[in-house]
Ligand binder design. Structure first.
Ligand code: ATP
Length: 134
């Protein structure tokens, strides 16, 4: 997913070029503007964290681009391409990563990646089967 900060700053095309250069196939894509209850559901695992209200504000602040990416070992390969959660850390440890190039900090980190195959299945279903914008 390209998060609202990445969409707002017009990084979507550059990110898609980096995705294709890394030999991922983009199987599906969908523009979505998450409402509050959808963002809460998507990040439910973080509901007890201090940053949760701010995360929900951020994730509902504008459209996101959800994508289904395909590649052998895609979950790990994508997590590697996006880099660490904190974009400032990414600039030190993984300077060519997407978060290093286009993210700003821990929250405004431009992209999301599923952290397991189970999470990928759940999140693909969330965006492509369940979520219908009103
Ligand atoms: P994502 O799940 O978005 O791919 P991640 O797995 O690298 O990111 P998580 O720990 O799952 O990171 O956190 C989910 C999201 O919550 C982060 O991507 C970021 O936008 C936000 N976040 C995480 N930690 C913080 C923090 N300390 N302060 C503010 N926002 C944070």
């Amino acid at each position: 997913m390209v998060k609202p900060d990445g969409v707002r700053a017009n990084h979507t095309d550059a990110i898609k070029e980096q995705i294709q250069a890394a030999s991922f196939a983009i199987i599906s894509q969908k523009w979505v503007h998450l409402n509050e209850s959808a963002a809460i559901a998507f990040y439910a695992e973080h509901s007890n964290r201090a940053f949760f209200p701010s995360l929900i504000d951020f994730m509902t602040s504008g459209p996101v681009l959800a994508m289904v990416l395909e590649k052998p070992n895609a979950v790990a390969e994508w997590r590697s391409l996006i880099g660490p959660t904190d974009s400032q850390e990414a600039r030190l440890d993984a300077p060519d990563s997407i978060r290093a190039r286009y993210g700003r900090d821990k929250q405004n980190n431009c992209v999301h990646g599923s952290d397991s195959q189970e999470a990928a299945a759940r999140e693909i279903s969330f965006f492509f089967d369940e979520y219908h914008q009103s």
